[in-house]
Design a protein around this ligand. Structure first.
Ligand SMILES: [Zn+2]
Length: 396
C-alpha cells in the first residue's frame, strides 16, 4: 500500500533552507550554525551547554527545554556534512531547491532535515507544560568518525540527571532502527629497510610485508563470511574487514623502506572487534623476527585511530516501543552503517535511530529529502510533544 504524499509545515522547510545554507562540510567550522541554533533555543528559555574541539573552531550544542530535574528525551543529529568536491550537482548544493516535492541540497537527508524539523518544533515544546525535558544534541565531525559527540557525551556523564532516551535522526525513512554495526578504523605503518633492489638480501621490503598482512585480512574476511558469527538481521550478516588505502615504494629498483595501509572492521554489535585486532597484532609478531634480523629499525605499528561502538537495543526496550509508537512503525530494523546512537548507548543512554529521508541519497550529488518524509517527521514530533506533555502512566 502506498500512503498519499503529505506536506510539512512551512517553518520546517524554512529552517531547512537556513541550515543547508551553512556550508558545514566537516573540514569547516560549524559555529555559524551552532550560534543560530543556540540563539533560537535560548530565546525560548532553553539551557545551553557547549563543548568544543581543541582549536575552538567547532562546537557541540546540548540544549534543554522543560524540567531539567528529571530524565528526558534527546533529539540528536550531527551538523556536519560530507564534501561536494567532484560531484555533479544540478543546483547549488548549499541552496535548498524544491523540485517536484523533493528538496535538494547537501545534508537534506543526512541529516539537516531532521534537525530542521526538531528546531522548528522547539517553540511548540517551549509553549507546552512538559512533564519531561526535551533535549537537543547537535554535534560536529560525525562524518569523519563520530568525533565530536564523544565530548558531548563526556560532558553529559557529569550530569546528575541523565536522559532516558536518545533519538538519532539519521535517515531511515522514519522506520525504527534498533541496531547497527560498530566500526574500528586502523592505520598500519610498516617500517622496512631501503636498499638497491639488486641487493634485496640486505633490505626489508615494506610493501611485501604490508601485502602479507593485507592478504591475511582478506583471509580473515573469508573466514568470517563462511563461519560467522552471523546475525541475519544485518546485510551482510557477518562482521566485515576491508583494506581501503595502501601507499608504499618509490621506484621499481629500490627495495621500499616504508609502506602504510588503512583497514576497517565493521563488527556485528555482539562481535567484539578487539579479539580480531589481537589476532592481527599476533600476525605482526610472527613477521617481526625475520625483519629485525636484517634491520633493527624494522617494525610494524598499528594505530587504532577510531572506534565507534555498535548499537544493540532490545526490541522490547521501552524506548524502542515508544519510538515505534511515535513513528507508527511496528517493527525494528538493523543497518550496517554506524551512527552516534552506538556511542549514546555505550555511554548509558538508550538510543534508537529514526529520521526522515533515505540513506541511499546521502553523500551523493543531488541529495534530497522529500516533503512527504518531512511531513512524517512532523507527525512524529507532534506525537512526541503529546507524549512529553501528557505521558500515559506505565507507557515508558
Ligand atoms: Zn549522518
Amino acid at each position: 500500500m502506498t500512503l498519499p504524499a503529505l506536506a510539512p509545515r512551512s517553518d520546517i522547510v524554512a529552517m531547512l533552507d537556513r541550515l543547508v545554507a551553512f556550508d558545514t562540510t566537516s573540514r569547516n567550522s560549524n559555529l555559524a550554525l551552532i550560534d543560530m541554533a543556540a540563539e533560537t533555543l535560548s530565546r525560548l528559555g532553553a539551557e545551553i551547554r557547549l563543548t568544543w574541539n581543541d582549536s575552538v573552531t567547532k562546537a557541540n550544542l546540548f540544549a534543554t527545554l522543560g524540567p531539567a530535574d528529571r530524565p528526558g528525551i534527546v533529539l540528536s543529529g550531527h551538523t556536519d556534512v560530507v564534501p561536494v568536491d567532484g560531484q555533479a550537482w544540478s543546483s547549488d548544493p548549499f541552496h535548498l531547491d524544491n523540485r517536484d516535492g523533493l528538496l535538494y541540497g547537501r545534508g537534506t537527508a543526512d541529516m539537516k532535515g531532521f534537525l530542521a524539523a526538531a528546531l522548528a518544533f522547539a517553540p511548540d515544546f517551549a509553549a507546552c507544560p512538559l512533564a519531561m525535558p526535551i533535549h537537543f544534541a547537535l554535534s560536529y565531525d560525525e562524518e569523519i568518525g563520530c568525533i565530536g559527540v564523544r565530548r558531548l557525551l563526556d560532558d553529559l556523564a557529569g550530569l546528575e540527571v541523565r536522559p532516558r532516551l536518545c533519538i538519532v535522526g539519521e535517515p531511515t525513512e522514519m522506520t525504527v532502527v534498533s541496531g547497527h554495526k560498530g566500526k574500528k578504523s586502523v592505520r598500519c605503518e610498516v617500517l622496512g629497510h631501503e636498499c638497491h633492489s639488486a641487493l634485496n638480501d640486505q633490505g626489508v621490503n615494506a610493501v611485501e610485508i604490508a601485502a602479507e598482512i593485507v592478504a591475511r585480512l582478506r583471509a580473515m574476511q573469508r573466514r568470517l563470511r563462511e563461519t560467522g558469527p552471523f546475525d541475519s538481521g544485518y546485510r551482510p550478516p557477518y562482521t566485515t574487514v576491508h583494506t581501503g588505502v595502501i601507499k608504499g615504494g618509490t621506484a621499481l629498483n629500490i627495495v621500499p623502506g616504508e609502506c602504510s595501509f588503512e583497514f576497517e572492521i565493521r563488527n556485528l554489535p555482539r562481535h567484539d572487534p578487539d579479539g580480531l585486532m589481537a589476532e592481527i597484532r599476533y600476525w605482526a609478531e610472527e613477521l617481526l623476527p625475520e625483519m629485525r634480523a636484517r634491520s633493527s629499525r624494522a617494525g610494524i605499528i598499528f594505530d587504532e585511530n577510531n572506534s565507534t561502538a555498535g548499537l544493540d537495543m532490545d526490541a522490547n526496550d521501552p524506548g524502542v516501543r515508544l519510538v515505534q509508537s511515535l513513528a507508527g512503525d511496528t517493527g525494528t530494523a538493523f543497518v550496517s552503517y554506524t551512527t552516534e546512537a552506538g556511542l549514546f548507548q555505550h555511554s548509558g543512554i538508550p538510543a534508537v535511530v529514526c529520521g526522515p529521508g533515505n540513506i541511499a541519497q546521502a553523500h551523493k550529488a543531488d541529495e534530497f529529502v522529500s516533503l512527504d518524509q518531512l511531513a512524517r517527521c512532523e507527525s512524529f514530533l507532534g506525537r512526541l510533544l503529546d507524549y512529553a506533555t501528557n505521558p500515559e502512566p506505565g507507557r515508558f
